[in-house]
Every structure is written in C-alpha cells, then in structure tokens.
Design a protein around this ligand. Structure first.
Ligand code: 3PG
Length: 376
C-alpha cells in the first residue's frame, strides 16, 4: 500500500497537510449512463473527504475514445457537473478549455470550490503521454490524487505524468480497489471459480492463463466461450468470435478445468445466451466455490430475453457463501440493474485495469504513484 495514501492519514496528519490547498484529482468518469453509474457514485467519498478538509478540488477525467469533433459533442463531461452538484450539494464550475488564466481563477475561488475540467482526451497529449500536457495539468493543483484505479493501466499524461510533477497520494476509491482485489488474490487458492464472458476474448486470456493452475473451474460464456467452441470444431453459426484468439485458445482446449457451455439460446443463426443445462451446471459450481471472480456477461444481456444466463449467475453468486469479486463495466451494470450490488463481496470499478492487475501485471499508474514525492 502507498506510504502517502489518504487512508493512512485520514484521522489527523493528512487533513492538516492539505488544508487550504488545491487538489488535482484524476477520476474515471468514463461512463455511459450517469444515473446508473456505479463508477460516478464510487468517486464521491474522496470528494467529500476533501471538502471536509477545506480543500479546493479540480477534477480531471477522460470519457470514451474521442476521435472526431462529432465524438467531442457526445463525450463531453459537462453533464457530469449536475450529478456532482446533486450529490455533493455544492456548485461545480465547468472548465471547457484550460487557458493561461485557469489557475488564476482557481486561486481566486473560495475554499471547497469544485472545478470540473473537460474530457482530457479532447487533447491528444493525454493519450500520447505528452510531458507538455502533463505540465499544463500540473499547474492546476498543489498536489495530485489518483483515484482512478480503472484507468491506471493506461500510460496517459494524467495517470503516469502527474505523479512525477506533483506530490501525490492514492484516493479512497483507488485504495479500496487495491484492498478488495488483494483480498481476492490472497483467497484464491481456496476452491476458486472464475467466470469469464463479455464481448472480447483477448482481454480475458491474461487472467485465464494466470489462474489456470490454481482455479478449480473457469466457466466461460459470451465471446470467450464462442472462441473456445469454434477452436474445438463446434459449429457456432454466425456468432461473434475473436478470430485472432483461435490459436491461443486451441492450445488451452485440453485443460480440464476450463468449462464451456453445452446449450445455447439461438436467434438468426447466432448464439445469444447460454441454455438451461449450462446454467444448472454453472450454478452448481458456484454453490460449491469458496472464492469467485466474475467478469463479463454470458450473453447479450442488453436484451432482457438474452440475460437469463447472466442473471442466473449473478443470483447464484450472491446466494453462495464464497468470497466474491465482480468487476467490469457491463457486469457491474447488470448487478446494478438486478439490485444486487450490495450483496457482492467486492464490486470493482475496474474493467481492463482489474483484469491486468489480477493477471499480475504492473499498472503504470500505480508504479508512478509509488515513486512520487511526499506531501509536506
Ligand atoms: C475503462 O473504462 O476501462 C477505463 O476508463 C479505460 O478506458 P479505455 O479503455 O478507453 O482506456
């Protein structure tokens, strides 16, 4: 855990160190539906902590992957302002472009003022990790907080550049993520069942191979299952498959603990969900598990009629006595829609970052935070 984290200083030292200062805080507001967003709500505790410590807050985030001016309209962060105002009970000033006078405006504002900067990815320097862009951002705060675990796998200017320029700490959400995921890492030798689905196979292969020797069962659904099924010679019709992953999956077909669905819900030649026999088999594995990790729905869950498999898995997980970790944008959205978020052992805001962290990779954003200067 980070030596300078907010948690460690929560009671006394940190509030004294930061009182009256301006916090530049990187969060992950990369969400589609604001009202239902688990990510937005998860970011609130750190803001509340900073307000209580009399700190000015400058919020930075990306949203989506803007590639054109048209994208910029859709992916503005302007609308998140209302969510923040409603939930923090304070006005939030939106800054659409960082200018020469932005820092002056921040300095002139009263303590506890909140500023929200427009989508960082509207500037190409964010994703190219341009040091000049990181410097421009660093001018906006006296110290930096990374509270964006879910983007800490990206070597972007606001993630890896800022900790080198400002004294930095981990935010409450980032710490919570590490505590939850580290708990899972510690527990996993105990009859571990991993469930992997979703729209891609390539992002799951790291976790799958990392845990292969230790997992009791790895239950597949969605595109990962389709890809394995195709590699095994099963006729998947025109179902979505990740062709580039076929050679890697072929090599794994003999692994006894990888379990594939045995029946499906078909429509127009495509498999859209797992069938009742698969659901029953997966429910049994989940009931016998001691530790569970789930990422990615088992079918096209956006349509009610194809979410039966995923909903059954979600319910089986909360019913089981196992320690469970559930993560990923679509999976948390589903848990939210089913009203089950509070009944999971740990719900992660991370998608790709969580998968990489659990695969044993070093996340650049976390590595940068470990090397940062101390707050004084
Ligand atoms: C995510 O949603 O996983 C993070 O916000 C990272 O987004 P990205 O995959 O567009 O970098």
């Amino acid at each position: 855990m980070y030596a300078f984290s907010i948690m460690q200083y929560l009671s006394h030292t940190l509030p004294a160190l930061i009182r009256g200062k301006t916090a530049l805080i990187r969060v992950d507001f990369n969400v589609e539906n604001q009202e239902e967003s688990f990510r937005l709500r998860a970011s609130l505790p750190t803001f509340k902590f900073l307000i209580a410590a009399n700190v000015k807050i400058v919020i930075i985030s990306h949203r989506g992957r803007p590639r054109s001016l048209r994208d910029q309209k859709k992916l503005s962060l302007r609308s998140v302002r209302l969510f923040l105002e409603r939930n923090l009970g304070r006005p939030v000033r939106f800054i659409s472009k960082i200018g020469d006078d932005t820092r002056r405006k921040i300095d002139a504002a009263a303590p506890k003022s909140i500023f929200l900067i427009e989508n960082l990815r509207f500037d190409p320097g964010e994703e190219t990790n341009d040091p000049a862009f990181a410097k421009k951002l660093a001018l906006l705060g006296d110290f930096f907080i990374n509270d964006a675990f879910s983007v800490s796998h990206r070597a972007n200017a606001s993630v890896t550049g800022l900790p080198g320029l400002l004294p930095s700490v981990a935010g409450l959400l980032l710490e919570k993520e590490l505590l939850g995921l580290n708990d899972f890492k510690k527990n996993h030798d105990d009859r571990l069942v991993i469930i992997l689905g979703g729209a891609k196979a390539s992002d799951k292969i790291g976790v799958l191979t990392h845990f292969l020797a230790r997992a009791h069962r790895i239950l597949l659904g969605g595109v990962p299952a389709n890809t394995f099924l195709k590699a095994s010679g099963f006729d998947i019709g025109t179902s979505i498959v990740e062709t580039s992953m076929l050679p890697a999956t072929k090599k794994l077909l003999r692994e006894k603990n990888i379990v594939l669905p045995v029946d499906f819900v078909w429509q127009s030649g495509k498999m859209f969900d797992v069938g009742p026999r698969t659901i029953a088999a997966y429910q049994k594995e989940i009931a016998d598990a001691k530790t569970i990790f789930w990422n990615g729905p088992l079918g096209y869950f956006e349509r009610d009629k194809f979410r039966i498999g995923s909903a059954a898995i979600a319910k089986a997980i909360v019913k089981s006595e196992a320690f469970s970790v559930v993560g990923g944008g679509e999976t948390t959205q589903l848990m939210h829609a089913l009203g089950l978020t509070k009944r999971v052992g740990f719900l992660s805001t991370g998608g790709g970052a969580m998968l990489e962290y659990l695969s044993g990779k070093t996340l650049p954003g976390l590595a940068a935070l470990e090397k940062t200067k101390k707050l004084r």
